[in-house]
Each structure stands twice: as C-alpha cells, then as structure tokens.
Ligand binder design. Structure first.
Ligand SMILES: *Cc1c(COP(=O)(O)O)cnc(C)c1O
Length: 809
C-alpha cells in the first residue's frame, strides 16, 4: 500500500514486474493500466473483506438489486477519485514518464447495458456504496456487451463488443460459490408421508452458474459492496470421454457451446420486447442463481426462514427479473418445504418492482408454450399464483372483464408486468408524471386493487461520475465558491444561486464551458475532420435512437434552419453546431433510417461552403458512457424532446443540467421536475402535454396530413425526404415520409414541429443575452442536486427497502 508519491512509484514498479513481467523501461501503456488498476485493487481489498465481514456480523438488512443490465463504463478513474488516490497516482505516473489520461483510456468500457435502464442500475450501485448502504447488484456476465457502432456510407453498422478480450481486472471469479440452474424436463408430483405434495423435476438440463464479483467502491468511506455477475458453464461433462466415442465427444462440445450461449451476448433492444427463447433463459438463469446464493447465505445464519423479509430485500429493475417471484416461491415451497401461504407471504414481503415504461411494445409477454416447456415447475407456480389472484379479483368485483384485465395469464401469454405487480409489495415509477400515468391509466385497475403498493421514486444520476469525474474543472470551481460540502451532500449545490448573477462567476463558468467545448471540438475534428466553431451554440441530442425520442423532429428542424440560411445567407442568426449520438437496435428499421438521415444531412450541410461556419451537423459514432463523459460537459443546449407521456424519466436530461446546459424539452418524464426545480425562466418548454397525447390515442382526432397541408415549412422538409434533395436519389427517405404521413405520425412529430421551431427562436434570443444565459446555466447547475442518485437511493432505502447505513471501520 502507498500513502505518498515515492511509495506509489515503488509499488507501481513492483506491480509492473509481478503482473506484467516487465521492467519500467519495457512497459507499454497497457502494462501501466494493469499495474495501476491492480494497485488500486490491492488498496480496496481489505475494505471489501471488511465490508462483507461487517455485514455478516452486524446482520442488518441488505438489498439485492436485480437487473439484466449494468452499464458501468470505465471504473479506474472513479476508483482513484473515490479512494482519494488520484493526485498521488497522477503525479507519480508523470514522474515515471506516463500520462494518467492515456493510462485510463486503456480500460475497456464495460457496456453491459443498452441505455438508461442499465446506466441507472450502475448509478444506483455507486450511490448505495457512497451512502454506506448494504446493497449489491445481481446480473449477467455477458461475453459481448452492446455492439460497437460504426457509420459506413451513412448507415449504422454493428460490430461485436469483445470487451473481455484482454481480461477484466475488476472481476473476481468465485468458483466455490457456484450454483446449479435447471431448465426443461418434466415435473413429477408425489404425496409424501405427511400428506403434503412434493414436486420434483426430472430429465432436465443442468447448468452451472459461476459468480464473478466486481467491487463497488464507496466515496470517502470504507464501504466496498459487490456487483455479482453470473456466468453459465457446463455442470460436468456427462460423457465418458475415455471411451474415445466420437459421437459423445461431439455431443460434449455441443453441450458446452449450448450452455455458454446463455451468457454470450446482451440483447441490443432498448424499450423493445423480443420474445426469444434465449432471452427467457437468460432471465431465469441469473434470477435463479442470484436467489439461490442469497438464500444459501441467509441460511448459514441459522435464523427462521420467516425472517427473510426483515433481512433481505430483492429489487427487480423492470420485468426482466420478474421470474424472481415464482422462483423464490419455488425455493421456499420445494426446497424449504413451506406451505403456499407462508411462502407467498415471504415472497411478497421481499420483492419490490420498478416499472420503466408504459409503451406497449416494451411490455414483456411470454408465450405460454415456450414458458411451460423451458420452465415447467415455474409455470405451474405462476398458474397457481394467477388462479388465487383471479379468485381475489372475482371476489372483490364479481366482474369477468376485470378478471381478464388483470389476469397474469391471458390469451396464451404470461404478462410479466402483472406478475411483478402481484408478487411485490412495492411498485414504483421513475418520475412523478410517469408514476401518475401508471396509477391513472396503464395500471389503473391494479392501483385500485392495491393502492398502497404504488409510489414514485424519481430517477437520479451519480454526481460523482457525471460532474466530479467528467467535469473536474467545473467541480473545482463549485468547491471554491461554496466549499466542497456539495460532494457529500449534493443538495448544497443550491448555494450556487448566490453567484448566479455574479458576472465574475458567470465568466468563470463560461470559460470552463469553452474549455470543454474545445476538447470536444478537437475530438470531432481529429476523428471526422469537421471544423467546429467554438462560438456556435453546441446543441446536443444523445440517447438511443427511438421514434418516441424524436430525433426526426430535431433533424427536420435542422433542415428547415438550413433552408432559411440558404434563402438568406446574411440571416442574422447565432451559429449552431447540432450534435447527435446514439445507437439503433439492429432490427429497428425506422431508427436506422433516422441515423442515415442525420448523416446525409451532416454531409450536405458541412460540405456547403455558402453557409460558412454558421451551421454544422455532427453524428458521433458509438455512444457510450465514455463518449457521454466528453459530451455532457460541452453542451450549451440539451435536447429532451420525446413525445409527452412516452419517456418514463430520462436521465441524460439530468447529466446535461448538472453540467450547466439549458434544456429544450417537452413536459415529459423528469423534464417536468427539472422545470419545477429551475423555474420556468431557466428551461424552454414546448409541445403537446401528456394528457393531450393520451387523449389523442384514446379518442383519435389527429391527422398528420392536416399539418402537412397547413404548414408550408413542414410540407417543404417532408418533400425534401423524397425529392432527391440529399443525394439526387429521389425516394431515399420514402420510408420516413410514409411513416410520418401514411402511418399518421404516431409520435406527433409534425404536430409539435412549429412549437419546437418557436422554442429554438426563444432559446437563441436567451443565448444572445449572455449575462442572462450564464445565469440560466448556473441556475441549472444549482438546482441539479435533487437529481443526484444519492437522493433517489435514500428514498428507496427509507421508503421501499427499509435499510440503514452500515459504517465500515
Ligand atoms: C444516461 C445515458 C443514457 C440515457 O439517456 P436518456 O437521454 O435518458 O435516454 C443512455 N446511454 C448512456 C451511455 C448514458 O450515459
């Protein structure tokens, strides 16, 4: 261990020898990464062991956060910040001839998630550790994370993300903690001596689940929690290889491959349900393994199984882990020998559920046939849960329509959201408006049936990664102004309001923004050769490409903006740089066409000399956590323009706000609460309201052609999609044209167009009053404390999990 620079240098040189087998003069940059990371690993290992021991000895309640995605990003820099070792390491490395930033860049970006849902899980782990809360993650160790995106001839191309190629320094394989997971076969039932029924599964396929543990390091405390990711491996090779039987050998290899397929790849669909067998297998695999290991640890304590809910909370992040409900029932019934009532009480007092979407295309519904074949015993249990639940509903309402509306199994499908609601004691949405819509519309009948379950927990982001790490210049300025207390207590950021109108402070904030814009501009010019005007407004939309997020609205507006500039090159406008990044699900045609449109637009506009540096459009490849860390601090304007009611919360909006960008957005998701926090003057709101959108869906009354016929600007940009405007190829964007007009524009892009364009005019005039602008910017930073995930996690800890901090000595 080291406490100063000299000790660090000795320890580091020693690590290069023992880990890489190299002397200082032979070591390359990757060796440096390995050396530094393993030093940090050594430093936290005592605390990791100590944390586990303390949790064991103290016996306080712990929470397990089950999520099919954890979008971690790079970890080393955060670890250096959290342990307070960053400065020593940076200077020590420098003296040895290495640059810390270059060393940090060597780490693979762990992309085990699609977007917001997976990133939320990662922010939550960070906050639990920082708040000394006993909370752990449970997920899957995918061999391939989310695909790497390249743009080739304006199209998205997907490449495999082999992130484990060079090994992963933060994972610890725990072979001795493996458990067995069973699929398929048949269920047999026999009467035991005591008259009880016993169920056993036969002719099943067995798989070994091996945990890989990743430490989750607290900030400025000694807590080190655990993210446990499960890997699927063959249980044993059941074949007699010594017999040299050729067929058996092939079978053995095939079996191994089939098993390993389970953890091979993360499904690249975001807010989209795919009814694939392998996906269901992934879900059961990690849920069963996770619950088994929790129960095994619990039982070592030799206390009654009935005490489980007072010692363990299991939280399911969306419905992907909803099989936790029947799986916990199975373990309690079949393994622990409990009766149904007792098992049900324990299960429904242990599990809580977060809903992430109201969009029908994202709701999981598994075909009964597939479900029953893969998970015969689990299916029996779901049937029994449903039978009893429907009986309650019938007893309450005596109404078959109600029973149909709420039945977990309906029309040969298992409705996972209903299973999750019925099987948990808490159901939360992720922003106030989203929770309201859940209660009032989507889950109205469940809310009326058990209103006490429903609550809201507005999402948050970890200010440690998204401000302290991503924007150290701004973080330092804030600490100088209001003292560093905000790092432990982000609500203290509100003290910045004292300086909002201080021109000296405004200038400092503006200068930091310019520094970050400059870094981004360098990156863009270096990678794409596009020259960027630092005096332009950096207007950024980065998120998954999805119809409801309406990147098309942004693109159509840029087309209109470009047209106005072409008409009058001397138009007095403030220069803009529109920046996009985001991945489309590989099978999502509209989203991929949208990417193509943006890239065509970028080529056309950036190549047009007549408009000079007044307008640029950039599409950055491969949006990821690391790219986000470069982008959020450089933004002047944050685009949060989803169709109202569709974005459950959004968290990108919070990252922008915390870095001083001003939001242009709809009253959707957490935008509503951002507006309430900063006040109407410090945000630009436009477009339909959620209730208006929901009314259109219910009662009809929207006709996209009406807008097309009445708004000349809309008509012109739509015609440009199909008249060869971009490349001479006439029908190039026919698909998008038809989607917006013939399919009647399901996300109200045309309806909101003119209001969106007007919002941009308001935004520009605000920007042109620079004193006002920086006041707005500072107000956004100052009110972002509410959106720290520390606040969110405190609310979960108190309101849902009933867990308390455990201080690690
Ligand atoms: C924050 C984040 C998201 C979520 O962004 P939204 O704008 O809320 O959809 C997605 N991907 C990455 C890499 C992120 O960091």
């Amino acid at each position: 261990m080291f406490t100063n620079k000299a000790e660090f240098k000795d320890a580091f040189i020693n690590k290069l020898q023992t880990m890489c087998g190299k002397g200082l003069d032979e070591a390359g940059i990757h060796d440096c990464y390995i050396g530094l990371a393993s030093l940090v690993r050594d430093c936290i290992s005592r605390n990791w062991i100590q944390t586990n021991k303390q949790y064991r000895d103290q016996g306080e309640k712990q929470v397990y956060y089950f999520s099919i995605e954890f979008l971690l990003g790079k970890l080393l820099d955060c670890h250096l910040i959290h342990t307070g070792l960053r400065q020593i390491c940076r200077e020590g490395l420098h003296e040895l001839g290495f640059d810390l930033e270059e060393v940090l860049a060597e780490e693979p970006d762990a992309g085990l998630g699609n977007g917001g849902l997976g990133r939320l899980a990662a922010c939550f782990l960070d906050s639990m550790a920082a708040l000394s809360l006993p909370g752990h993650g449970c997920g899957i160790r995918y061999r391939y994370g989310l695909f790497e995106q390249k743009i080739v001839n304006h199209h998205q191309v997907e490449l495999p993300d082999h992130w484990l190629r060079d090994g992963y320094i933060w994972e610890f394989r725990k072979a001795d903690k493996a458990v067995e997971v069973r699929f398929g076969g048949t269920v047999h039932c026999c009467k035991q001596g005591n008259g009880k029924l016993a169920f056993s599964q036969e002719d099943y396929e067995s798989i070994k689940a091996v945990p890989y543990d990743i430490p989750v390091i607290g900030y400025g405390n000694n807590t080190v929690n655990t993210l446990r990711l499960w890997n699927a491996e063959p249980l044993q090779v059941d074949f007699d290889l010594s017999s040299f039987n050729h067929g058996d050998y092939l079978k053995a290899v095939q079996y191994k491959q089939a098993v390993e397929r389970i953890c091979k790849i993360l499904y690249p669909d975001d807010s989209f349900y795919e009814g694939r067998l392998l996906r269901l297998k992934q879900q059961y695999f990690f849920v069963s393994a996770g619950l088994q290991s929790i129960l095994r640890r619990f039982k070592r304590r030799k206390i009654s199984i009935h005490a489980l809910p007072s010692k363990v909370a299991v939280h399911i992040n969306d419905t992907h882990p909803a099989l936790a409900v029947p799986e916990l029932m199975r373990l309690l019934l079949d393994e622990e020998g409990l009766g149904w009532e007792a098992a049900w009480q324990i299960t429904t007092e242990t599990i809580s559920y977060t809903n992430h979407t109201i969009m029908p295309e994202a709701l999981e519904k598994w075909p009964v046939e597939m479900f029953r074949t893969l998970l015969p015993r689990i299916y029996m249990i779901v049937e029994e849960i449903n039978r009893r639940f429907c009986e309650h509903v019938w007893n309450r309402y005596a109404d078959w329509d109600k029973v149909r509306e709420m039945s977990i199994i309906l029309d040969e499908q298992v409705h996972m959201a209903r299973l999750a609601v019925v099987g948990s004691y808490s159901v939360n949405g992720v922003a106030q408006i989203h929770s309201d819509i859940l209660r009032k519309h989507v889950m109205g009948s469940f809310y009326n049936f058990s209103p006490h379950k429903f609550n809201n927990k507005t999402n948050g982001i970890t200010h440690r990664r998204w401000l302290l790490k991503a924007n150290p210049e701004l973080a330092d300025l804030i600490s100088q102004a209001i003292s560093p207390g905000w790092i432990a207590n982000p609500q203290e950021l509100s003290n910045l309001m004292r300086y909002a109108a201080d021109s000296g402070f405004q200038d400092q904030v503006a200068e930091i923004k310019r520094t970050k814009k400059n870094s981004l501009a360098h990156f863009i010019t270096g990678k794409y050769g596009i020259k960027i005007n630092l005096d332009s407004i950096f207007d950024i939309q980065i998120k998954r490409i999805h119809s409801y997020k309406r990147q098309i609205l942004n693109a159509l507006h840029i087309m209109d903006f470009y047209h106005r500039l072409k008409q009058d090159p001397d138009l007095p406008i403030t220069p803009r740089t529109f920046i996009f990044a985001g991945k489309a699900a590989p099978g999502y045609f509209i989203a991929k066409q949208t990417i193509k449109l943006i890239n065509r637009l970028s080529e056309l506009i950036n190549g047009d000399k007549t408009i000079r540096d007044k307008l640029k459009v950039v599409f950055l490849e491969n949006y990821s956590v690391s790219l986000g860390e470069l982008l959020f601090p450089a933004a002047d304007v944050s685009e949060q323009i989803s169709t109202a009611s569709k974005e459950a919360s959004g968290t990108g909006n919070m990252k922008f706000m915390m870095n001083g960008a001003v939001t242009v957005g709809t009253l959707d998701g957490a935008n509503v609460e951002i507006r309430a926090a900063v006040g109407d003057d410090n945000i630009v709101i436009f477009g339909l309201r959620a209730e208006q959108v929901l009314d259109y869906y219910r009662y009809g009354g929207y006709n996209a052609w009406d807008i097309y016929n009445s708004d000349g600007r809309v008509k012109r940009v739509l015609e440009q999609l199909v008249d060869g405007f971009f490349s001479g190829e006439k029908e190039e964007f026919r698909l998008l044209y038809d989607y917006l007009l013939l399919n009647n524009d399901e996300f109200f892009v045309l309806k909101d167009f003119s209001d969106y364009a007007a919002a941009h005019v308001r935004l520009e005039s605000k920007y042109n009053d620079q004193r006002e602008w920086w006041k707005m910017s500072i107000a956004n930073i100052a009110h972002s404390g509410k959106f720290s995930s520390d606040r969110t996690i405190s609310e979960y800890a108190q309101g849902i999990w009933s867990i308390k901090p455990v201080i690690i000595p």
